[in-house]
Design a protein around this ligand. Structure first.
Ligand SMILES: *Cc1c(COP(=O)(O)O)cnc(C)c1O
Ligand code: SF4
Length: 333
């Protein structure tokens, strides 16, 4: 493989777009023509600041302070309210990490957090307090994880996660997968990413070349929560991934004010299907400190999914699941 040149002049478009992401509340609200006085925003003083690519902002409705895409990214005062039972590590992930950065909770598959970086900061994210600095393998630290996978023939699927693995350059992704290529028992590579949704420009020739060079079966689980996220550029990116032989699935998080109506969930499934993506999981929100205002109670969640099931073929109904520490997989509700 000839290494791709990464000089500034040859920097892929997506990297420039990523660098230009909106990082200030003022800028975001100005772009959306929303008067800041309408919202109780919070100052950006913590380690999880606002971040959202311009292309995603363009899918928000101007003047709408309750826009479902805006609510996912806007830091608000409610985040600072401490809620009993809502934790910093609700999934007890740090207990399931045999080597830094590798989570091995479930049989047959392990999850590698390849970076702490994301293209967008989702306010409900369960990893918002994750100590990436301690747990996150930089390129030089992948070796212990790779060794662990080599020594565990029962791991047949590796999930690249983060953060968002597709924020890494193609060259870095290639250097990782070059080291996985010889592990015979590893037959599936899964990528958990929000990039094709929030920055579809990431699906470029370089990424497709990297995917094409893989020996393993490829699965990509994207993450979108609302049909407005899936615009023409996203549909185009997905069809390119599909043509590259990637199995495409979507996971969503059930979020109050964003997608907690049957109509929204139905539209999302139909929109995803138009893009060649099947719904996989609808996650009940993990109880992470600062996200309680997004919570939808379990009874309402069950009722919603029953309504969705009554309107769609089975393959367009996501599985409503919750992650309960210590369980052998996601728990269906
Ligand atoms: C969610 C998760 C997986 C993947 O679970 P699937 O049910 O296979 O999608 C694997 N490892 C960890 C640590 C996870 O949190
Ligand atoms: S892209 Fe995923 S990991 Fe990153 S902030 Fe959003 S939900 Fe969290």
């Amino acid at each position: 493989m000839i290494p791709r040149i990464q000089t500034p002049e040859h920097r892929p478009v997506w990297q420039t777009l990523l660098a230009q992401a909106v990082k200030s509340t003022d800028e975001l609200l100005t772009l959306l023509q929303i008067d800041p006085a309408q919202l109780k925003t919070r100052p950006l003083t913590d380690n999880f600041p606002l971040r959202v690519p311009h292309g995603f902002v363009q899918r928000m409705n101007k003047g709408d302070s309750r826009d479902p895409l805006l609510l996912q990214v806007l830091p608000v005062q409610q985040e600072t309210v401490a809620t009993d039972g809502w934790l910093c590590d609700p999934l007890e992930e740090l207990d399931a990490m045999p080597v830094p950065g590798l989570l091995h909770k479930y049989r047959g598959r392990a999850l590698l957090t390849v970076t702490g970086a994301c293209a967008i900061h989702c306010r409900y994210c369960f990893r918002r307090h994750f100590p990436y600095a301690d747990a996150n393998p930089t390129s030089d630290h992948w070796q212990p994880s790779i060794k662990y996978i080599e020594q565990h023939p029962d791991i047949t699927e590796l999930i690249l996660s983060g953060g968002d693995p597709l924020t890494l350059t193609d060259a870095r992704l290639q250097s990782l997968t070059d080291r996985l290529a010889d592990i015979e028992h590893l037959h599936t590579l899964r990528i958990h990413t929000r990039l094709p949704i929030v920055l579809p420009e990431r699906v470029d020739a370089g990424l497709l070349a990297w995917l094409a060079s893989q020996r393993q079966k490829l699965v990509m689980v994207v993450h979108s929560n609302h049909p407005n996220e899936v615009d023409a550029a996203v549909i185009d990116a997905m069809s390119q991934l599909s043509r590259a032989g990637v199995t495409l699935l979507n996971q969503s998080v059930l979020l109050q004010g964003v997608n907690d109506t049957a109509t929204t969930l139905i539209n999302l499934s139909e929109r995803l299907f138009a893009a060649g993506v099947l719904p996989y999981y609808l996650h009940q929100l993990d109880r992470v400190q600062g996200a309680a205002h997004f919570d939808v109670d379990t009874a309402t969640a069950r009722k919603l999914i029953a309504e969705v099931s009554a309107c769609l073929p089975g393959y367009l109904v996501p599985r409503l699941v919750q992650e309960i520490p210590g369980m052998p997989g996601k728990t269906p509700l």
